[in-house]
Design a protein. Sequence first.
Length: 410
Amino acid sequence: MSASVHARLSAMMFIQFFIWGAWFVTLGTYLARLGFGGADIGFAYLTNNIGAMVAPFLVGMVADRFFSSEKLLGVLHICGALMLFIVSDLVAQSAIIIGLVLYNICYMPTLALVNSVSFGVMNTPDTEFPKVRVWGTLGWIAAGLVISFGLSGFVSDVEATSVPMKLAAGASLLLGLYSFTLPSTPPQNAGSKTTMRDLLGLDALALLKDRSFAVFALCSLLVSIPLAFYYAFTNLFLNEAGMSSVAATMSLGQASEVFFMVLMPLLFVRLGVKWMLLAGMLAWVLRYALFAAGDWETASWMLYGGILLHGICYDFFFVTGQIYVDQKADKSIRASAQGFIAMLTYGVGLAIGSVLAGATVDYFTAEGVKDWPSIWWVPCIFAAFVALLFQVTFKDDTKREKAAEVPARP
């Protein structure tokens, strides 16, 4: 892959995740200002999971069979830009929810499409893709910095406004137009028949006969439920706690993600798959305990600590999980297996978690005041239960030597 192609793909990744980071982080704070309750905010974030569940159908049935990935990427981002801009001016709760559903159906499939465009021109994806993908994380960080330190100079209390959504819409339009200049990625399965079984990754169900993989799949689903609490309510929590420039501060979590990604190959050799996965689960337990016990006035370090744990929370569980699936699945069903686990985590698990998180916030809210410590102890205890279940029932039957070779894979 030439340097110019690398630069073009890196720019694509940067904008792709800039868009997501611009609207997703601050959405809960904005909706709370509009009068959304906890359950309503949870349903708003649920729309993202609905998009994740629709994505395999759209990509598998359209991009893989009929259209070039870069062209579909462009169309979806342009449509998404229009939809998100419209949503940013809505005030009715039902209209906003419907609009977010339509937007996420446009956006979530693009996560697979940018990977498809990247892999289509790479000679050695194992080494080239991480160097491109890291620009996505930098794009997410940049979104937080722009909102907190750029737009805040022009818009008062910018995180509680629709301005971040408009910023994301503008970036989506830019990427939509830019996508048509990307390297051609023709459909890989043109003329072939794609079944519902292929789209849902159901061929991977055979792996559930393996007890360890079945435990991993179950715990992946369960641990994604408390994960939704962080995504939906951390920005609102930190704003109410008194922290300033919250969007930028939360981007420290993505910075730690890059840091721990670099350390993963070394840690794999020492820890192996099971202890890497368990460390990721325990990091979620610690994060929520810090949020529950932390206070901006007297123990702000706990709040910062909870944010900085994101690298361990995400890399050690989700990236390690992708590596584990890669090791366990035969090459013929590897893609199906990855799709199946993605459906369990980003789709079903986070969807359940979004609803549960909203209900929990409402339950611990009295006269408009949220009991944040009680709220955060719920996902903390839930994650601790999942970690204990995993520790007792999971057996790592993969070779550490093989695990040490894979962390560079996406």
